[in-house]
Write a protein that binds this ligand. Sequence first.
Ligand code: AMP
Length: 286
Amino acid sequence: MIIVRKTEDLKKVLKKRRGEKIGFIPTMGDLHEGHLSLIRRSKKENDLTVLSIFVNPAQFDRNDDYEKYRRNEKSDLKKAGTEKVDLVFIPTAEEIYPKDFRSWVTVEGLSENLCGKFRADHFRGVATVVLKLFNLIQPANSYFGMKDFQQYKIIERMVLDLNLPVKIIPCPIIREKNGLALSSRNSCLSTAEKHRAAKIYSALQSVAHLIKSGRKVSKTLLLKIFKKQLHPEKSDRIEYLEFLEPDSLLPAKKFHPPLLIAAAVWIGGTRLIDNILMKEDSSCLF
Ligand code: AMP
């Protein structure tokens, strides 16, 4: 496994492998089974698998959140090695954003609602870094988890709008046995908080089942069901529970599939997101 930290070195390594089909997985590190599922898919579908590990300052709205984001390079490299990743790119912030950096990518219409409403400039930071990484790595395929559904849709739109020669491949959400979606942020949770966090998924499922039943429902009723199942403590807070058309990410006109049910919940001091995609035939991509 080759490890590079400088863009110039990355270019040199990739030049030697010209002609090979590249699969690329952008991450912020602290790798877990969710990340590894993307790597495994890339290994199956490409000649060369490239992983990036970069805690992107431009997508954090709070400096303390950026500072405390868990960095775990040694363990990440061990995991990447076990998965036989071919090349790992671990740039510094200065390498990606040199002093005079001025150019940003905004995907309008998809970035402002859901997480965008609560995290200013978050998706501008995501789209910009992903575009830069695509330009540097020039992958044929790039893999994104549907846990960050809005992020996946924004990148898919950016690729279409800017004619980027890369295929965006959405991958299913990997969960713990109790339903909790794997996330690097889960390590911030205490045992009791983890237990409460696992209920986000069962609460989403309850809401999905009610919609699937065909009963007449309202957002107020669905939010009530969600809250009842979640059973939040005083320190917890539902930031949003939204029902959206999966392609446009606009609020759904009716509670009928295809439908994205997306939630952001604070469990104590940790913000977690999760979603369920209800497909046209009412089956759910859990
Ligand atoms: P992150 O390191 O959190 O920026 O995530 C890097 C990639 O891994 C993104 O495409 C995420 O959507 C994906 N990912 C994170 N958690 C999961 C999960 N539980 N299941 C599947 N993909 C995930």
